[in-house]
Ligand binder design. Structure first.
Ligand code: E4P
Length: 191
């Protein structure tokens, strides 16, 4: 299973990257907001630390806006993966960006049927939110298991299951046991 770091803190990424255990990075607007820095500069800096996939999220909510922002983000570095919300417009943008050769991470996935849609739209990664489901007294890890099982029915599918909203080390080992392709892990959890 690949380890991504779920942070926009470049120093933290550098620190963990030195372990040789980091395969990529995911960010989101809140994480970049916390850094207090310019969004694009942060993404460019992260892409200098790792050549693994770096997810950078659009903030537009309509297809045209997502496409415009997604194309601009993809132009920042070859390893940028455009992160899109799992909405109808997000799925449309996903299909278009995928057809242009841009990798996408369809995020905010809370059900197996949504994961099926993301795969149909050509997402390279789908991000089921484990911790957020646990917060609602649902079983986030069960969702990971179901998506892995569902995707296994279609061996040609290229979509990778990226366990997100990870809160503690047990979520990481359980994601590995379930067969997730990737877990994106906050800095303190990785430490
Ligand atoms: C994934 O890419 C997200 O950045 C992340 O895991 C969000 O989860 P959280 O807001 O529940 O921590």
């Amino acid at each position: 299973m690949k380890f991504f770091v779920d942070t926009a803190d470049v120093a933290a990424i550098r620190d963990l990257h030195a372990t040789g255990l980091v395969d990529g990075v995911t960010t989101n607007p809140s994480l970049v907001g916390k850094s207090g820095r310019d969004f694009r500069e942060v993404i460019v800096d992260i892409c200098k630390v790792t050549d693994g996939p770096v997810s950078a999220e659009v903030i537009a909510t309509d297809e045209a806006g997502m496409l415009e922002q997604g194309r601009a983000l993809a132009a920042l570095a070859p390893n940028v993966v455009v992160k899109l919300p799992l909405t109808l417009d997000g799925l449309k943008a996903c299909r278009k960006l995928t057809s242009e050769g841009t990798r996408t991470n369809v995020t905010l996935c809370f059900s197996t049927s949504q994961a099926l849609l993301a795969a149909k739209a050509g997402a390279r990664f789908v991000s089921p939110f484990v911790g957020r489901l646990d917060d609602l007294a649902q079983d986030g890890m069960q969702l990971i298991q179901e998506i892995v099982e569902m995707y296994a029915n279609f061996p040609n599918l290229k979509t990778e299951v990226l366990a997100a909203s990870i809160r503690h080390p047990l979520h990481v080992s359980q994601s590995a046991l379930a067969g997730a392709d990737v877990a994106t892990i906050p800095y303190p959890v990785m430490k």
